[in-house]
Write a protein that binds this ligand. Structure first.
Ligand code: NAG
Ligand code: NAG
Ligand code: NAG
Ligand code: NAG
Length: 596
């Protein structure tokens, strides 16, 4: 008895200490957050994904790491700066029967899309293929090379008073990368939020047998455009894209914070009534932020700007402290500390408009009214002059900063309410178990319309983005990881969710092609444009279910990184107290849970 109470006293004391540490950290974080906006400070340009030396080349992504932490190599890299050079590169690859893959300038896809098969392949970078080719003001169409960055497309269109109505929120993507992975904004209006819905023409460079290559021109009367619009880079190389634009317009944005109680009832109606609306859920705080966002007349006054805080140049010292705080909370299993940090961090962000500004000077109040081109996306951390690591994008792999997993899936509008209800049930069983996602801006929900693209959305859907802590050590389990693992499997298997092609961990892609009605048609198109399979790699073969190996990797600790679903305890971290358990709400799930 005595012993027992001593132990529990000890537990109490150490808990208290944890809270004091958390409290101090929180204060520091708040202080840093206010400092973080460091305009005028020199910033390091993002890391370039291709590195070559005399022994060959290595290719990676913007995070410097793939889900399975392996590296990938190739014999050579080319940087064509015109369509002729691109044709020559593909012809040479074809002549050498070399595996080829395309990598974009900054390479933001998380999975291993950029690796040429084997180790002797050819990397084709679109870094120098970035021009705006033409703008036709009358038809409101714009042709750009595949490496053109979203920020440059947006500003070139705006020069003609035109707008690309829907885009992802981060400007550091290229049009080729956006299309290959099906990237999108948020809308069920008009053609919907996927950028590929605005594609009316494409020029592809495809390999020809006999060691040659040809330019294929597709427009909206070619059925193959539905294969090429979202292609995972498997139909040759995109050379140019023609986009259908609209006259420039203005929007009005107001973020409204509410209790989460009726989220599952209100989300569908919300999607149907706000053209650019999205929803961010903070499940630890039981709060939801609805982004009320729609068009307003151009004569409504306002010159708003979206300079989202998460995409700004950030002080590297602040990033290191934030990361250390989270590492400490992880190692001391301080879930309540995470909730406390999240509350302060989210509150501070919201109080300064999360990066929305009424004009160039700052944020005063909602609504934010302004031109679409200044509100649709953000990415000021891309701007850089010198290679000083005083500030950087928060996930820059050269500094100690953000390091995360991202689980992102589309759930049919008809099933989203049930999914949310299940997530709430699970959260109620462990109320502080989902605070971790709030440290990465909460669960972002965006709307995507059904698409004719073979690998586009099957039906009107909600795309949910969960971003969460990843340990630098692959064998160290994550605090309350069973929670997000159960949600991941619930979304993918119980609710038939389809993963974002450019995000996610391996298990999300297991058997994924079977979820697409037109999956078979996509395979046929792939055979037609690349009969020798020069553009496929081990990853794309695994994803499409046509490889020798699937996407699952079976080894000790594999479930910790989403490389497998646990079937045995060794797939988790039994020596650290994490064992393979059934899910609590979705009992078919297999998750690594701490049994302390
Ligand atoms: C490659 O194809 C083009 C036209 O498609 C042709 O002009 C050229 O001669 C071909 N080159 C080789 C080496 O076959
Ligand atoms: C599409 O391209 C074909 C040539 O391949 C052309 O005949 C047709 O007019 C084009 N259609 C449109 C809608 O541009
Ligand atoms: C904006 O334009 C509309 C129609 O052109 C007009 O009725 C309205 O009064 C204008 N509003 C302002 C604030 O100028
Ligand atoms: C960032 O750089 C781009 C391209 O150089 C430029 O067009 C843009 O105005 C810059 N943005 C800011 C916020 O400095």
């Amino acid at each position: 008895m005595r012993n027992f109470s001593l132990t529990s006293n000890f537990v109490e004391i150490s808990k208290e200490r944890k809270h004091i540490i958390s409290g101090a950290m929180n204060f520091l974080l708040l202080f840093l957050l206010l400092l973080i906006n460091s305009n005028g400070v020199s910033c390091s340009p993002p890391v370039l994904p291709v590195k070559c030396d005399t022994s060959g080349c290595a290719v990676s992504n913007a995070y410097g790491i793939f889900p399975d932490r392996s590296t990938c190599r190739a014999a050579a890299a080319v940087f064509p700066s015109s369509e002729e050079e691109l044709v020559a590169a593909v012809a040479a690859g074809s002549r050498n029967k070399q595996k080829m893959r395309v990598v974009t300038r900054w390479s933001h896809s998380i999975p291993k899309l950029v690796c040429p098969g084997g180790e002797e392949g050819l990397i084709i970078s679109t870094q120098e293929l970035k021009r705006v080719v033409s703008v036709d003001e009358e038809s409101m169409r714009m042709s750009v090379e595949s490496g053109a960055a979203l920020r440059d497309i947006i500003s070139a269109a705006a020069d003609y008073n035109l707008a690309l109505p829907q885009t992802p929120y981060w400007t550091g993507l290229t049009i080729g990368g956006i299309l290959c992975t099906g990237a999108h904004g948020s809308s069920l209006f008009g053609k919907g939020s996927a950028v590929h819905e605005y594609v009316v023409g494409m020029r592809l460079v495809a390999p020809l047998s006999g060691g040659n290559a040809s330019v294929v021109t597709l427009n909206s009367s070619h059925a193959d455009l539905d294969a090429a619009k979202v292609s995972l880079g498997l139909l040759g190389v995109i050379s140019q894209v023609t986009l259908q634009l609209q006259p420039m317009f203005k929007r009005s944005i107001t973020n409204v914070k509410k209790d989460e109680t009726d989220l599952e009832q209100s989300i569908v109606e919300f999607a149907r009534t706000h053209e650019f609306g999205d929803v961010t859920w903070y499940p630890g705080q039981r709060k939801v932020v609805y982004r009320i966002d729609g068009r307003v007349p151009v004569n409504q006054s306002g010159d708003g700007v979206n300079d989202f805080i998460g995409f700004r140049q950030t002080l590297t010292a602040g990033l290191a402290i934030t990361r250390s705080a989270e590492e400490l909370q992880e190692s001391t299993k301080d879930a309540k500390g995470k909730c406390m940090t999240a509350r302060i961090q989210v509150g501070a962000l919201q109080s300064i408009g999360s990066g929305f500004k009424n004009n160039d000077l700052g944020f005063y109040t909602y609504p934010i009214v302004g031109y679409h081109n200044k509100l649709q996306a953000a990415g000021s951390c891309l701007n850089s002059t010198q290679d000083l690591l005083l500030t950087a994008c928060p996930w820059d792999p050269r500094i100690k900063g953000e390091f995360f997993h991202q689980t992102t899936m589309k759930i049919s509008m008809t099933k989203i309410s049930d999914f949310i209800t299940d997530i709430k049930k699970l959260r109620d069983l462990n109320p502080s178990g989902l605070c971790g996602v709030e440290l990465y801006n909460g669960i972002l929900m965006r709307f995507v319309k059904a698409s004719s693209a073979y690998l586009g959305a099957n039906e009107d859907s909600v795309d949910l983005d969960f971003t969460y802590y990843r340990s630098k050590d692959p064998l160290v389990p994550r605090l309350d990881e069973d929670m997000l693992e159960e949600i991941e499997q619930m979304g993918l298997f119980k609710y038939g969710g389809t993963p974002h092609w450019g995000k996610n961990r391996n298990i999300a892609f297991q058997g994924v092609l079977n979820k697409y009605k037109k999956g078979g048609d996509f395979l046929k198109a792939m055979k037609k444009y690349d009969p020798e399979g020069l553009f496929s790699n081990e990853w794309t073969d695994g994803v499409l279910g046509i490889g020798k190996e699937g996407v699952v990797i079976d080894k000790d600790g594999c479930a910790l990184e989403g490389l497998c679903l646990c079937a045995e305890d060794r797939h988790c971290a039994p020596h650290k107290g994490y064992f393979c358990w059934a899910g609590r709400v979705y009992t078919d799930a297999r998750v690594c849970r701490y049994e302390g």
